[in-house]
Design a protein around this ligand. Structure first.
Ligand SMILES: Nc1ncnc2c1ncn2[C@@H]1O[C@H](COP(=O)(O)OP(=O)(O)OP(=O)(O)O)[C@@H](O)[C@H]1O
Ligand SMILES: [Mg+2]
Length: 254
């Protein structure tokens, strides 16, 4: 869970100080699916970076899984980030000189020695994750040969590789067309439903936000609305195959 109380954030540029987040209170419990919306400059990215421990220059309290982020040193916060958060950004941030599989395996599974180590029983391999996001046939290709939606799915598989309990996504559909953006959100809905991953998705697109179960609205650094939402959910998405499921192992119909 993420509990933020009385958060203030200012940037100093030259001689002026500008407050970009003001008195933000926000509680996100495990398993929620939250969209954070607001116009450009309203503070969405700033808020996401603070809750993910990427930016710790703020006033107020940010508590993640009972740990106050202010109490960690740099290596402690890096460890918490790796264990707790997966990040997905608008621009994918994939490395084209590596294969799709290697991109997912970054950083933990990259050396030859790592590749040969035995996976613990509950560890999901990069290959498995790529199958789950529907990219099992693309393992050895370069991301440069994939479409935008496919690249974003590689980025999502990579973010999931550390088995994060929270996936923080900053405009994950921002560079995708309408339909592909909705498909990515359906994938998020499925991950949220089936694996109880907490999802926090920053977007300025209303149709994307309406796929979440809660919508938090920021205006000029303040939360002006925070409401449950009844999302549009497809009955069954073909985007994600559940691990080990044979095609005929579908849920029983009564
Ligand atoms: N490093 C920085 N230095 C100074 N000001 C900054 C910095 N980063 C962001 N800001 C300012 O803080 C405000 C909030 O920025 P933020 O990136 O959080 O907005 P956003 O809601 O994510 O916008 P967008 O939808 O355009 O991505 C903006 O006015 C921005 O100019
Ligand atoms: Mg932003």
């Amino acid at each position: 869970m993420i509990h933020i109380s009385n958060l203030h954030k200012s940037y100093e540029t030259g001689e002026t100080t500008r407050e970009v987040l003001t008195s933000v209170d926000l509680e996100i419990e495990e398993g929620e699916f939250v969209a954070i919306v607001g116009t450009s400059g309203s503070g969405k990215t700033t808020l996401l970076n603070i809750m993910g421990g990427l930016d710790r220059d703020y006033d107020g309290r940010v508590v993640v899984d009972d740990c106050d982020l202010a109490e960690f040193d740099e290596s402690g916060i890096a460890e918490l980030r790796n264990e707790t958060f997966g990040f997905v950004f608008q621009q994918f941030n994939l490395l084209d000189h590596l294969t799709v599989r290697e991109n997912v395996a970054l950083p933990g599974f990259f050396t030859e020695r790592d590749r040969q180590r035995e996976l613990p029983d509950d560890e999901i391999s990069p290959e498995e994750l790529l199958h789950r996001v529907g990219l099992g046939d693309y393992l050895e290709q370069s991301p440069s040969t994939l479409s935008g939606g496919e690249r974003q799915r590689v980025a999502i598989a990579r973010a999931l590789y550390g088995r994060p309990s929270n996936l923080l996504c900053d405009e994950p559909t921002g560079s995708l067309d309408h339909g592909t953006g909705l498909q990515i959100m359906e994938l998020f809905q499925q991950l949220n439903r089936e694996q109880s991953i907490t999802l926090i998705v920053v977007t300025h697109e209303e149709h994307i936000a309406r796929m979440a179960r809660r919508i938090v609205r920021l205006e000029e650094g303040r939360i002006v609305a925070d409401e449950p939402n009844d999302p549009v959910e497809p009955e069954a998405s073909s985007l994600v195959a559940t691990a080990g499921d044979a095609p005929d192992a579908e849920e029983e119909t009564t």
